[in-house]
Design a protein around this ligand. Sequence first.
Ligand SMILES: [Zn+2]
Length: 418
Amino acid sequence: MKNVLIVKGHFIYTKTPERFEVYESSCLVSVDGKVEGIYPVIPDRFKGCPVHDYGNRLVIPGFVDLHLHAAQFFQSGIGMTKQLLDWLSDYTFDLEREFQNRKFAREAYTCFAEKLVACGTLRACIFASSSTAGTEELFEVLKEKRIGAYVGKVNMDRNAPDFIIETTEESLRGTKYLIEKYQGENRVKPIITPRFAPTSTPELLKGLGDLAVKYDLPVQSHLSENMDEIRWVQDLFKGAKNYSDVYFKNNLFGQTKTVMAHGIYLDDDEKALVKKMDLMLAHCPDSNINVRSGIMPVRTYLDMGIKIGLGSDIAGGHKIGLNEAMVRAIQLSKLLNLENDKLKPLTVSEAFYMGTKSGGSFFGKIGSFEKKFCFDALVLEDDPMIAQRYSLEDRLEKFIYAGDDRNICARYVEGKKL
Ligand SMILES: [Zn+2]
């Protein structure tokens, strides 16, 4: 017998960015962890199967965070008046060093994972630290939590303090060890993770690209976040046409599935390459502001057909709940619209789509309740006075803008309640 679960409630999701699909008081049937359909009443063939009845509550797809740093979780909300490169050297590197200690790593990553799941993120692309042992702990913690994730040991072999960089050889060896240990996992899998171009020698980038291609692994890194950083890349990689070209030449730019965080200042050639190589960009609006990087021109990219998901970018971002990133993405798009009224602000459904189905596409059929999508879901509980008064879409918008983990009363990954 197949594993069937029926969930009752109000279902809202986005099939396309333009609008919400809304199913009031309906029954979603999940078979072997995949959505079979949403029906007004339970179809006869599923009568007698287990039912989880959420009454007047909303059920939405789980959030997908395309960019965050687990090793920076304790630092979120600290040092927020610094610019990127100062912030890294004044705060981040010291904390990341602690993750060489397995006991510390296990405890800190457990705090991180508990908050991540509590806030509704059920799939994530995560940077760990440069420590192989520490990263191994993160894999184990996330496996226990039963969410889906790509986890990257952070590769660095120059331009960071000695206590967190490795030799090129050590960095590649540790990466290979983790790939071989975890590549067969179901949900928590390895991803190639050069921190960013400036902390990598050309040899390291080449070695990482070779591993990505050899094991057919996805890639994540940072791209074009800040003007100082871009100038630095130009100085370090004299032969490269632009920032993107540094990754591209090393098989780290779409040769396998790739997500790049930020991409704020891409030139025309880079935009065309991002599109051609079918890259996913992670828009991290909180960190755009906090470390004063600049604002990603989301509307321009969307109009060009570039794929964009959302990232909390803990700890450049200060809040781990992805609904916060949806709100900030909308707010920043309004600021850009004030400067140029041709750039239409994002709608709530567009922001929601980026944080669910668009980001989810990096993982497969994730982030929607269409047939055959994994049943990853959050059940939302709001105040009965609000629930009585407002439409289902209004209630969802209120949760996105003003809600948090206290409003999430159940979470499902692939049809199983966490
Ligand atoms: Zn980042």
